[in-house]
Ligand binder design. Structure first.
Ligand SMILES: [Zn+2]
Length: 389
């Protein structure tokens, strides 16, 4: 990647001006846009929470907006809302990889002319999940895409992506953004408090995009409160109570995703103005897949919340109660800290990872949560444990 050049500092009007903690990336992409040297395929690599998604959205605006990403025109607004017909976000539909049908659909779509803009942007959110036949199918298009197409692929590390994919992309490396910077960026972008910013980041596993969505979503905030409410009684209850809590959480997770459905209906109504019947059907199918993915996200979020709570109990246990994230549950956290030990809490944290794996292998949500809450209860209930101190 090129070094910071004084001529390419993003101006306030640049779509890259407000990116958190990635000045070098911002100036590199600003220069590419200003000199009209946008590559046909980018690979953004960097850890979770390094603004890759935000940057990809900014680049999509720069490509699709007539004014290089002004931020206020109809094209820019549609990109922000993810409803621009020439901006496609492609997430893996398999539990651990992209499906070959998805890639075939993408290749077919990429060959069609743009609908609103002069170009089209495809954002593939998990380049590490491009494997096997799906990856091979994409290679040729990635190497020589139709002239109007720009690909943006995201991955946490370069090593996790097949070399044949990497070699066809311009790699842009993102730096790790320390937690204090991420918290400050969230406060600057949303006007939230430090306390809420920390909660949002924890619930989103450290992702800035996810944290911003969390802050704007009553449903997600509500989910966190209910998850933490559900485990509040674990130390006092018995196994039946733990199973009951798991059942309640399962119902909560499968509840209709009201906010998403309203947004999708709005997108369909908007699309009805200019999309063909076939394109509308395709949009509906895509929306259905998005709902499935969102359900998976809610489970991942539940596990993030449980992890941050367990880390809080660990912190409280070593006298760092002032540093806990979930301070609205501090009474329960210090009570649990008094009855548990670091080894047990570490085992409970491992149980959350195991739960994540089970979900990836399509084990039912309810049985996954049941076994997780039972393990957590064992570690939090002193009389169920071997004496260890
Ligand atoms: Zn614009």
């Amino acid at each position: 990647m090129s070094q910071t050049s004084p001529t390419a500092q993003p101006q306030d009007s640049s779509p890259f001006a407000r990116l958190a903690g990635q000045r070098q990336v911002a100036s590199f992409l600003t220069q590419a846009v200003q000199t009209r040297q946008i590559s046909h395929a980018y690979m953004f690599t960097g850890p979770i929470g390094s603004s890759k998604t935000d940057t990809a959205i900014a680049l999509a605006k720069a490509v699709l907006c007539k004014d290089g990403g002004c931020g206020s025109c109809d094209d820019c607004i549609r990109v922000s809302r993810r409803s621009h017909p020439d901006f496609h976000i492609v997430e893996p539909e398999g539990a651990s990889s992209y499906l070959i049908e998805q890639i075939h659909e993408l290749i077919h779509d990429a060959a069609l002319a743009p609908m609103r803009s002069r170009r089209k942007v495809y954002l593939l959110t998990r380049a590490d999940m491009l494997r096997g036949a799906a990856a091979n199918a994409l290679l040729k298009t990635l190497e020589e895409p139709p002239a109007s197409v720009v690909f943006i692929l995201l991955a946490r590390t370069l090593e996790s992506v097949m070399e044949t994919i990497v070699s066809r992309c311009q790699v842009v490396a993102f730096r790790y953004i320390p937690e204090v910077e991420a918290i400050q960026a969230l406060i600057d972008q949303t006007g939230t408090t430090e306390k809420e910013a920390r909660i949002a980041l924890a619930a989103s596993g450290g992702s800035l995009t996810g944290a911003r969505e969390y802050l704007g979503s009553n449903a997600r905030r509500d989910l966190r409160l209910k998850v933490l409410g559900a485990i509040e009684g674990l130390p006092d209850g018995d196994e039946l109570d733990a199973l009951q809590a798991a059942r309640e959480l399962t119902v909560l997770l499968s509840a209709p995703l009201d906010e998403l459905i309203i947004e999708q209906e709005r997108q369909l109504a908007e699309g009805a103005d200019f999309l063909s019947k076939g394109a509308l059907t395709a949009l509906e199918q895509r929306q259905k897949r998005v709902r499935t993915a969102r359900e998976r996200e809610r489970i991942a979020e539940t596990l993030n919340v449980l992890r941050s709570w367990l880390r809080d109990v660990l912190l409280a246990g070593i006298g760092r109660g002032d540093d806990i994230v979930n301070s609205d549950f501090s009474y329960n956290i210090s009570r649990c800290a008094a009855h548990s030990d670091a080894a047990g809490l570490a085992r409970a944290l491992l149980a959350t990872d195991a739960a994540q794996e089970r979900i990836a292998y399509n084990v039912s949500v309810q049985s996954t949560l049941e076994s997780l809450l039972l393990s957590m209860q064992r570690e939090l209930k002193p009389e169920l444990k071997q004496p260890s101190r």
